[in-house]
Design a protein around this ligand. Structure first.
Ligand code: ARG
Length: 589
């Protein structure tokens, strides 16, 4: 068992000894500042607060029953009641040796796996995926990979926008001005053109708008021709989405678009009315504030002209059409019924924050019992900005298409790789450029705290130094090159004895042990940036180790073997970590 797990289990036992009825499920330890130790727990302070106990006294009582001699030096109580743990070197060495024998790679699978639905990417049919989609797609994919790695059951669901009023205009365009050849060449561009032309016509001419509306009504009524054109539009869009997902290595378990829920919408609204959750207002139906929240926190209110006014969640329009909200309510109900998830996670940009607040509250008012069984989480994120401080656009002011952005990433990476490694054959340089270019874009997007906006900067994300994907990929390849110098590069050191004497060896070893805790923190807070920073630190600690501790030229064979194990484990964690972020590595760069 990994030392931190062992400490947590022993801590639970000790706490139960002192407080038999305490909830011990949250008695975690976390890596801490090496000044204080290797791990720290602040859980006792929370527990003491709950029970109005003196935290230092509780810590003392728990400590008296805590037996972690096997893995820890003397435990210290610090500050208001922190527990600080310092690992014994022998325990550290044993843990690394077990990893070298492939018994673990510094994390353990969850003992109580959760079922989690991850709703992410979710582009809209007939519109190209643009640069903004990298955010939901990349963050969502990193989260699904992390959760799966930790042994949870994940259902990733691409909730594509395949329904809505825009189809009236698209259908009209398809029937009257479609350019078949253009559709074959670039279907989404052609659909976009249809929409733009008809939309402009509708703005100028009310009769045209009526025509579009009647196409929509026919679609909604199930008209065979309109249904088949609509399906074709979804199909050609999906082909282009899939091309991008293929490049990005992103997979979904299901793609249940908005239209999938159409048959349920009328029933949802009827039920909301019957239970008094929704009511009529100016011909539409909506959910209003129930007054239980202070106005500032109430998403059903907005502040306008000095007063709080209603901002209902609309579930049926005055023309009888249903809303985005209605579909999302039906979607929650379907997901609960189908998968009984513990969590549903929505990776959607922060501008939809109010929508999700209303959605979660409405669902709780509608189905209180079911809502108690599931954690609904909006994992929001900020915008991508250009150098000018405005949302990132092309020079001509258009949105940047994701496919073109990925092309440019690969081209720029190819130039850099060709400068750096001119001697490698071109196909290999192309492949490295693909891995580096895509990795750079993904990593730059995952690295900042997801809620902050960040500036898109090619030079920065593609740099081989600093906190970037190319730096980490290069660190990996460099370690692999050490092994290529061995007589037998693929053979593992058998039954290694780890010698952790130099401070750099110890620091690297301890950091390796924190991989699992980092993954858990990513899953708990839905923050892949924790893993980015962990890997960056790992590469840094490896560099100081490598600069200070000769490996192939070590004085003794045993030292050399021990250091080779440190190299190998670092490479494996780098690879596994990057893979968890959806980023590939290459053996040679
Ligand atoms: N298609 C939506 C958009 O582009 C995002 C959907 C997010 N998922 C959801 N269940 N609402 O804005």
């Amino acid at each position: 068992m990994l030392p931190h797990k062992q400490i947590e289990l022993k801590l639970q036992t000790a706490v139960r000894g002192v407080l038999p009825d305490a909830d011990v499920s949250a008695l975690f330890v976390r890596p801490c500042d090496p000044k204080f130790g290797d791990y720290q727990s602040n859980a006792l302070m929370a527990l003491a607060k709950q029970r109005k106990l003196n935290p230092r006294q509780l810590a003392t009582d728990v400590l008296a029953r805590l037996d972690v001699n096997e893995v820890c030096e003397k435990i210290e109580i610090a500050g208001a009641g922190f527990l600080n743990f310092r690992l014994k070197n022998a325990a550290l060495a044993q843990t690394l040796a077990a990893a070298a024998r492939d018994e673990h790679i510094f994390f353990t699978k969850a003992t109580a796996p959760k079922t989690v639905v991850v709703d992410f990417s979710s582009p809209n049919v007939a519109k190209p995926m643009h640069v903004g989609h990298i955010r939901s797609t990349g963050i969502g994919d990193a989260l699904q990979r992390t959760l799966r790695l930790l042994g949870h059951r994940v259902i990733s669901d691409n909730h594509i926008g395949d329904w809505g009023t825009q189809f009236g205009k698209l259908l009209l365009g398809w029937k009257q001005i479609l350019d078949r050849a253009a559709l074959d060449r670039d279907p989404i561009a052609e659909l976009e053109r249809l929409y733009k032309v008809i939309n402009a016509e509708c703005d100028a001419n009310p009769a045209r708008l009526e025509e579009a509306k009647s196409e929509l009504v026919k679609l909604q009524a199930g008209d065979a021709e309109n249904i088949s054109v609509w399906k074709e539009m979804i199909r050609v869009s999906q082909v282009q989405f899939d091309a991008i997902y293929g490049r990005l290595g992103v997979k979904f378990d299901v793609t249940l678009g908005e239209s999938f829920y159409n048959p349920h919408l009328a029933g949802v609204v009827a039920d909301l009315l019957r239970r008094g959750v929704a009511r009529e207002s100016e011909g539409a139906l909506g959910v209003f504030s129930d007054g239980t929240l202070p106005p500032k926190e109430d998403p059903f209110l907005v502040h306008r002209d000095g007063e709080w006014v209603a901002d209902p969640a609309l579930v049926r329009k005055s023309d009888g059409g249903f809303n985005y909200m209605t579909t999302d309510l039906a979607t929650i109900e379907y997901r609960l019924k189908t998968w009984s998830p513990h969590e549903i996670v929505y990776v959607v940009d922060d501008r939809q924050g109010p929508h999700f607040k209303k959605l979660f509250l409405t669902f709780a008012r509608w189905q209180a019992q079911a809502a108690n069984q599931v954690k609904l989480v909006h994992v929001g994120f900020g915008k991508i900005m250009g150098d000018d401080g405005k949302p990132f656009k092309t020079r001509s002011g258009d949105t940047v298409k994701l496919g073109e952005l990925l092309d440019e990433a690969e081209q720029r990476a190819f130039k850099l790789v060709s400068e750096k490694s001119a001697d490698l054959p071109e196909p290999q340089r192309k492949d490295i450029a693909r891995v580096v270019g895509l990795g750079a874009v993904k990593y730059a997007d995952l690295l900042p705290n997801r809620q902050s906006d960040y500036v898109f900067n090619w030079d920065k994300m593609l740099a081989f130094s600093g906190n970037t994907a190319p730096y980490l990929q290069y660190a990996y390849a460099r370690i692999r090159s050490i092994f290529r110098k061995l007589e037998n590069p693929e053979s593992r050191i058998q039954n290694p004895e780890l010698q952790l004497a130099a401070p750099e060896e110890l620091a690297l070893a301890k950091h390796l042990l924190n991989f699992g805790l980092t993954l858990e923190a990513v899953a708990e807070e839905y923050r892949p940036n924790y893993l980015c920073n962990y890997l960056y630190e790992l590469a840094g600690k490896f560099t100081s180790f490598y600069e200070n501790c000769p490996v192939l030229k070590a004085d003794a064979a045993a030292t050399r073997d021990s250091r080779l194990v440190l190299c190998d484990l670092t490479a494996r964690v780098l690879k596994q970590g990057l893979e968890t972020l959806g980023i590939e590595v290459v053996e040679q760069m």
